[in-house]
Design a protein around this ligand. Structure first.
Ligand SMILES: Cc1cc2nc3c(=O)[nH]c(=O)nc-3n(C[C@H](O)[C@H](O)[C@H](O)COP(=O)(O)O)c2cc1C
Length: 188
């Protein structure tokens, strides 16, 4: 059986990011035959600029992201909320992966979106904006995989999300739905 490859993009760059903690917990939920990796190079990618997006001379960091997205079977996006919307680093990644227009690496790729914030709203505005951008970019948003973590500052103040049984169960369900969606794509 082929390995299913899930690539995770995290919308926070800070070292102690709880969203990255959630992504790390998700890695742990990967069933046999599924490999989940967290993309490390988002901070190195320049802001999207059509003048830089020239065939043959795309910035290496942006090309590396496109290649990683293209090599994946599905994406897991884990996002905080900045001022009521998507953190710029994640929007930038979506923009690079969406081009060339109509043929970007993200096109038709199943994507699950997880959001988390310190507020009771669980970064749902950011989640909605990520889903909207993904849809416009041509990705296949897996709505059954949506997941939100509210007030996670208190919840994970003393422990990593991977130590939280409920979080692992919820993330495992999200990963399951995403993997199911990749299977549907292959058999479609
Ligand atoms: C620039 C900035 C804007 C923020 N705006 C929001 C917001 O609109 N809604 C919210 O719930 N939290 C907001 N926060 C707080 C984040 O929820 C909190 O910093 C969270 O821990 C970020 O996720 P991380 O731990 O993965 O870095 C903001 C934080 C920053 C740094």
């Amino acid at each position: 059986m082929n390995q299913t490859r899930i690539l995770t993009l995290v919308g926070s760059l800070r070292a102690a990011s709880i969203n990255r903690g959630l992504a790390e917990a998700a890695v742990q939920t990967a069933p046999e035959g599924v490999e989940i990796t967290i993309y490390k190079g988002l901070a190195d990618i320049p802001f999207y600029n059509e003048d830089l997006d020239v065939p043959g001379s795309v910035p290496a960091a942006a090309q590396a992201l496109r290649d990683a997205v293209a090599a994946s079977d599905g994406l897991l996006l884990v996002t905080p909320e900045y001022n009521g919307s998507i953190p710029a680093v994640l929007k930038n990644a979506i923009d690079w992966a969406s081009r060339p227009y109509g043929a970007g690496a993200i096109k038709d790729r199943p994507v699950a979106v997880v959001s988390g914030s310190i507020s009771p709203n669980a970064a749902k505005w950011a989640h909605g904006d990520v889903v909207k951008a993904l849809g416009v970019a041509g990705a296949r948003v897996v709505e059954t995989a949506h997941l939100h973590f509210a007030a996670f500052g208190e919840r994970f103040a003393q422990s990593h999300p991977r130590e939280d049984a409920e979080a692992l169960t919820q993330l495992g369900a999200t990963v399951h739905e995403l993997v199911q969606a990749t299977g549907e794509l292959v058999s479609a």
